[in-house]
Design a protein around this ligand. Structure first.
Ligand code: DX5
Ligand code: ZN
Length: 222
């Protein structure tokens, strides 16, 4: 069956001083999620924004707000981000000593709970919590910056997660994050994933609607 996947433009590559218009362009492009890269300058080398940015953004869009917390001690921020209006909160496996507890604390807020792993972290570390997460975010670049080149071996991790989901009848969505653009899209779509984050390529595209329309899988196995 042919399948349109969810496109989640990352505002990391947007003009923060023009964010209301940038978000309007995301809506007009046909994308349905907004990917919010929260960075603390410790877990990753860059600092971006906190929950106030999201609280201010929330009234201006009905799109799904997908917060990606690239922060140490994410457990201390769950309540704040859930109150800011996020629809999903994704934490990093590598930043959590007690991942099961953090995922459950996100779910308790009513937000969708996501977990992300950096390229060098294998999928098997997530096995114990795959039955409770709503989203698995596979980093296809080393986190911290937009505009990087995709790391090809990470695509195998997406295929592995989709096989586990099928075999175990789990419900999580599988998303990719980093280096998705017109040149890498064919290989990315071959993984049969559910969501694709795209930052620099989206905001650099001349025709955002045409770009978003390309996120279409022909003869998906799902
Ligand atoms: C990187 C972020 C990604 C990044 C994607 O740490 O998590 O979401 O913004 O940007 P592009 O699509 O430019 O690689
Ligand atoms: Zn991200």
């Amino acid at each position: 069956m042919d399948r349109k996947i969810i496109v989640a433009p990352s505002v990391l590559s947007a003009d923060f001083c023009n964010i209301k218009n940038e978000v309007k362009e995301i809506k007009e492009s046909g994308a349905s999620w907004i990917h919010l890269d929260v960075m603390d300058g410790s877990f990753v080398p860059q600092i971006t924004f906190g929950s106030k940015f999201i609280r201010d953004l929330r009234p201006h869009t009905d799109l799904f707000l997908d917060a990606h917390l690239m922060v140490l001690h994410p457990e201390t921020f769950i309540s704040d981000f859930s109150k800011s209006g996020c629809d999903s909160i994704t934490v990093h496996y590598e930043a959590c000593t007690h991942l099961d507890r953090v995922i459950n604390s996100i779910k308790k807020t009513g937000c969708k709970a996501g977990v992300s792993i950096v390229p060098s972290t294998p999928v098997w570390v997530l096995e114990p919590i795959l039955n409770i997460v709503d989203l698995v975010l596979i980093m296809s670049v080393n986190p911290g910056f937009g505009g990087q080149k995709i790391i090809p071996y990470t695509l195998d991790k997406i295929k592995e997660l989709i096989k586990i989901r099928k075999d175990k009848k789990y419900q999580y969505l599988v998303s990719i994050d980093g280096g998705v653009n017109e040149n890498t899209l064919t290989d990315v779509l071959k993984t049969d994933l559910d969501v694709a984050v795209t930052g620099s390529a989206f905001f650099a595209s001349k025709n955002k609607t045409e770009y978003v329309d390309k996120f279409f899988i022909k003869n998906s196995s799902l």
